[in-house]
Design a protein around this ligand. Structure first.
Ligand code: KIV
Length: 274
């Protein structure tokens, strides 16, 4: 498998080159400087996702996440990285009211964080907003299918594209966001044949990034804490590539035991006068 060598920070437009070269786009989420630094050499882009509301803050959904929360975590991720493109999620309520609201808040995110792009959830009805931002210098990643910010109107975190109407709507969403100039489209929680039809459609020229979609996408993304095995629950589409929860539990148990037994701190962890 070929690899693309990159010395400067990856830009939004570089993802199209990965697609053209048939090189899979690698992405994960991160919210902290230290984890982002670990991902940086391996990922084409790192998403500061609004999933941080659920993963970091224990919220029931992503709806309470604010622009300020996104900006603080994006600043941390930028500090921890030098190579990957950093994409920041626009949280619920920060872009839906009008294209002007979307522009002002997206511009604030780019100005205050130094990130290279933003991501917005939504299909055909947001295409006009996507075009408005792109024409004004803001690289936009789209996000269609299971869009967690619509949990209340979807009636839960539901897999999309199970019927013909849904299938047609998803294809129309992908085409509209593609034609509006999005530099990539995340496709989340879409039944495989429908996701494959979108990812391989000649009408969809922008790179597609799958999460619970299809291997036919140009790249894949997962929430870091899910794939590391840190979250206690994760959706079906997550493969646990690690078991961090068990490692942390083991380390914390060992620490507690050594403190109770008076074995920690040992001589090598204490300061002597000279
Ligand atoms: O917020 C997030 O982490 C996301 C990914 C699931 C794509 O949007």
């Amino acid at each position: 498998m070929s690899q693309v060598v990159q010395s400067r920070r990856i830009r939004a437009i570089d993802l199209a080159k990965r697609k053209a070269a048939g090189v899979k786009i690698i992405a994960l989420t991160a919210y902290h400087a230290h984890t982002a630094g670990i991902l940086d050499p391996h990922c084409d882009f790192i998403l500061v996702g609004d999933s941080l509301g659920m993963v970091m803050h224990g919220m029931e959904s992503t709806l309470p996440v604010t622009l300020e929360m996104m900006i603080v975590q994006a600043q941390a991720v930028i500090r921890g990285t030098t190579r990957a493109l950093i994409v920041v999620d626009m949280p619920f309520g920060s872009y839906e009211a009008s294209r002007e609201q979307a522009f002002l808040n997206a511009a604030r995110v780019l100005k205050e964080t130094g990130a290279g792009a933003i991501k917005m959830e939504g299909g055909a009805h947001f295409a006009e907003t996507v075009a408005f931002l792109v024409q004004r210098g803001i690289p936009v990643m789209g996000h269609i299918g299971l869009t967690p910010q619509s949990v209340n109107t979807m009636g839960g975190f539901k897999v999309q594209g199970r019927d013909t109407e849904g299938e047609h709507r998803l294809m129309a969403d992908a085409k509209a966001i593609n034609d509006a100039g999005a530099f990539a489209i995340v496709m989340e929680g879409i039944v495989e044949p429908v996701a494959r039809a979108i990812a391989t459609s000649p009408d969809i020229t922008t790179p597609t990034i799958g999460i619970g979609a299809t291997t036919a996408c140009d790249g894949q993304i997962l929430v870091l804490e899910d794939m590391l095995g840190l979250s206690d629950r994760a959706p079906k589409f997550v493969k646990r590539f690690g078991s961090l929860r068990a490692h942390i539990e083991g380390a914390v148990e060992a620490y507690a035991e050594e403190v109770r037994a008076g074995r920690f701190p040992a001589d090598e962890h204490t300061y002597q006068p000279v």
